[in-house]
Design a protein around this ligand. Structure first.
Ligand SMILES: [Ca+2]
Length: 408
């Protein structure tokens, strides 16, 4: 493979939009997916794991379909693979992810799954309505597309970080942050070797999608989100990797670079989906159509609109853009952010301190909220304030389904 690929770990709770996000990631040569770690969230860990393996089973069939229908032109240069949709055909020759199973519950909070939206199986009831998709023997499932880890997700994350040069692996987090926080707690120094965590989470300047002020991933495990947020204290984008490597020699951790992509309003509308995907009749399109029908109906019943919010796929697209410096059409700011872990109505709220800062730091100004908030000058969590979504739906349809986007 001659294309430059960034090593990533994807932590996920599949999940309808997770399946779309993983399909996008697998079709993107910019990502060298070292591991996919599974966490509870949209459904139980048993279901999210089953859903991931179900998706791999469909990807397997999609690859066979592509092999039989693509022109047999083996002279195509790797740089051209993306155009010819050969990424999926060739990906597993050069990048075979390890799958590891992680946390089955939040660290402290009471469990809250998103089965109301994603269905009891987390996959729009597809295992009931389309039972032929359900892999028969999960324990003995053999696949050429991934390797099942002998470790749990926490140890797998740590071993991946330990075995790679420091500050090279990015973690894309698409579910509750439990696996990541547990790995950090277990071995801070090793976890600190992560280059960046790009996380879909939080409701900032918008209503939540689980409670009035909380987004699901943060709500599902606010303590995990709090641990990671606090672990960013002292982070500065101006610190070089060389500085960080030196820090690792004499500190038990290096402040984490956490980039939060709050929930956004990017919708895939049913008309666009139907016009572009439904009639393709490939294994992947037929499978995705089955659970998208469920999701579109849910959206209509809940919100009166026929579309699906593309939270997780947008996070993957954003991660690709950041890792390849391709678009850079986004704005972000470093803010002092905390997570509400205790609230009755505010559990999982992402709170940003936007109060005016005193012109200088002294005892008097420090005491102003001493013991309540603290860190008057902590601007450590990067939040994305705008991102150029214009091309997202077109890119998504092209990469995953090889169709050109047209307006309807
Ligand atoms: Ca998710």
């Amino acid at each position: 493979m001659t294309l430059y690929s960034s090593p990533v770990i994807i932590d996920t709770d599949p999940g309808i939009d997770d399946a779309l996000a993983l399909s996008l990631a697998l079709a993107s040569p910019q990502l060298d997916i070292k591991a996919i770690t599974v966490v509870f969230g949209n459904s139980s860990i048993k279901d999210t794991t089953r859903n991931l393996l179900t998706l791999f089973d469909v990807i397997d069939k999609e690859i066979e379909y592509l092999k039989n229908t693509s022109p047999h032109n083996n002279d195509v240069h790797p740089e051209e693979w993306e155009k010819e949709r050969r990424i999926l055909l060739n990906r597993f020759e050069w990048s075979k992810p390890v799958v590891a199973i992680g946390a089955d519950k939040p660290m402290k909070a009471t469990e809250h799954l998103a089965v109301d939206f994603h269905g009891i199986d987390g996959f729009g009831q597809i295992h009931t309505t389309h039972p032929h998709y359900t892999p028969k023997d999960l324990k003995n499932l053999k696949s050429n597309r991934y390797e099942m880890s002998s470790r749990d997700a926490i140890d797998e994350i740590l071993i991946q970080l330990k075995n790679s040069p420091p500050f090279t692996i990015t973690i894309i987090a698409l579910g509750p942050l439990t696996n990541l926080a547990l790995a950090y707690e277990k071995d801070k120094r090793t976890f600190s070797r992560v280059k960046q965590i790009i996380c879909l989470g939080g409701a900032i300047n918008s209503p939540g999608n689980t409670t009035p002020c909380a987004e699901f991933n943060i709500y599902a495990d606010p303590d995990a989100a709090c641990i990671l947020t606090e672990a960013t204290k002292g982070f500065s984008p101006s610190v070089t990797i060389q500085n960080k490597i030196e820090m690792l020699h004499h500190r038990d951790h290096v402040p984490l670079h956490l980039t939060v992509l709050p929930i956004n309003g990017i919708h895939l509308y049913i008309k666009v989906f139907t016009n572009h995907v439904t009639s393709l009749n490939t294994p992947l399109s037929v499978f995705v159509t089955a659970f998208m029908d469920y999701a579109f109906n849910k959206m209509r019943n809940y919100y009166g609109i026929y579309s699906l919010e593309m939270h997780d796929p947008v996070a993957v697209a954003f991660a690709i853009d950041i890792l390849t410096n391709k678009s850079l059409v986004y704005t972000s700011e470093f803010v002092d952010m905390k997570i509400e872990t205790q609230g009755i109505y505010t559990r999982g709220m992402t709170i940003v301190d936007s109060r005016p800062k005193p012109p200088s730091l002294n005892l008097e100004t420090l005491e102003r909220d001493f013991g309540i908030w603290g860190y008057l000058y902590a601007t450590n969590v990067e939040i994305i304030t705008s991102y150029d979504y214009k091309f997202f739906i077109g890119d998504f349809l092209k990469r995953v389904f090889n169709v050109d986007f047209f307006e309807y």
